[in-house]
Design a protein around this ligand. Structure first.
Ligand SMILES: [Zn+2]
Length: 352
């Protein structure tokens, strides 16, 4: 299931509220460290908090923290926690809309609080989806960054066919011919070797052209396509092997059928057009090899796959060259990897 994390800034919390959030974080962190060493941690429920303190602390948060500590313990990466922010599951964290304003309510030290959030324009559509029940809301986290308080709420949604299958997204490009991602596990195929080889072929053909050796030019072209075809076979084989080794159920790629025809996409994807036949071939190879081994193959809409951040913010300026840097949340990533991740998530939907 594709997931993005909405980071909602709390709107002007009062000094008292901020102190309370701070205090909650401290209690929660101390409790987590105490609980980590508890001999009967495995059987614990939220009532164990009473052993730790008399403080009136929301059991919803205790439950989340117990779960978090247990899972860290299982993965054996728990030593001491420096800070454990308070989390609330979807039953305890409610997003609401009051006329034009969005609010979030959650249990705090004395009672539930309902607080307004700053809804950035790009977040409104996601908030509406939460309100309409079109997306699934995960556990929200109350945290502080640069003196501001936020709620991070992961939301996920179903993409028709393949809810529970592991998905690999593949982004095709020039500097990296292909980037395949399964979550954060990624595989890069550099394009420089192909670019060099093509340069050699074309400079040779220029010379042949000056000498009017048409037969030789044709031969060189055929040789180049055979070489490229061989490369595409090798790349697609490695991608499928990687998918098999990682238990991938579905491979997703962009639907580039229309990209040649629209002026806008030409500007966006200059260069892709130059090599469109070899990209088309690589895509076909991946598709039939996937189908041969029983891995599903789906095409997704290519809009915004390279411009969208995991926080949901979408802007052309998020991407420059090989670098993705979100103008909204500051998240950075290799641009092609970010593209591959969004393709796997089918962020603009599956192609019809
Ligand atoms: Zn972002």
């Amino acid at each position: 299931m594709p997931t993005i994390t909405l980071r909602l800034q709390l709107h002007n919390p009062t000094g008292a509220k901020q102190q309370m959030y701070q205090r909650m974080t401290e209690i929660n962190t101390d409790f987590a460290n105490w609980f980590l060493l508890h001999p009967e941690a495995n059987k614990a429920t939220s009532t164990i908090f009473k052993e730790f303190s008399d403080e009136n602390f929301p059991s919803a948060v205790v439950n989340q923290t117990i779960r978090e500590v247990k899972s860290q313990k299982k993965n054996q990466n728990a030593k001491t926690f420096r800070k454990i922010w308070c989390s609330f599951n979807n039953q305890n964290l409610k997003v609401e809309r009051k006329s034009e304003c969005y609010t979030v309510s959650f249990p705090a030290l004395e009672k539930r609080v309902g607080v307004p959030v700053v809804a950035e324009p790009f977040q409104v559509a996601w908030l509406e989806k939460i309100l309409n029940g079109n997306v699934k809301q995960g556990a929200g986290k109350l945290y502080q960054k640069k003196k501001k308080w936020y709620l991070a709420i992961p939301i996920s949604w179903n993409v028709e066919s393949s809810q529970d299958e592991k998905v690999m997204g593949i982004d095709l490009g020039l500097r990296y011919l292909a980037v395949a991602s399964i979550g954060t596990n990624s595989l890069f195929f550099k394009g420089s070797q192909v670019a060099n080889s093509r340069r050699r072929y074309s400079s040779r053909r220029r010379k042949l052209g000056q000498a009017k050796k048409l037969q030789a030019i044709k031969k060189s072209k055929d040789k180049e396509s055979r070489w490229m075809k061989d490369q595409n076979h090798k790349i697609s084989r490695q991608i499928i092997n990687h998918a098999l080794a990682n238990g991938v159920g579905v491979i997703r790629m962009e639907d580039l059928t229309d990209i040649r025809n629209t002026a806008k996409s030409k500007r966006m994807d200059q260069g892709r057009n130059l090599h469109s036949w070899s990209f088309y071939q690589l895509k076909e190879f991946i598709k039939y090899k996937a189908e041969m081994v029983g891995i599903g193959f789906e095409l997704v809409n290519p809009e915004y796959t390279s411009q969208t951040c995991k926080c949901g913010h979408q802007a052309k300026s998020n991407r420059s060259g090989l670098k993705f840097r979100c103008k909204e949340c500051g998240h950075t990533c290799h641009a092609d990897l970010n593209g591959a991740i969004n393709i796997a998530k089918a962020i603009s939907g599956l192609a019809a």
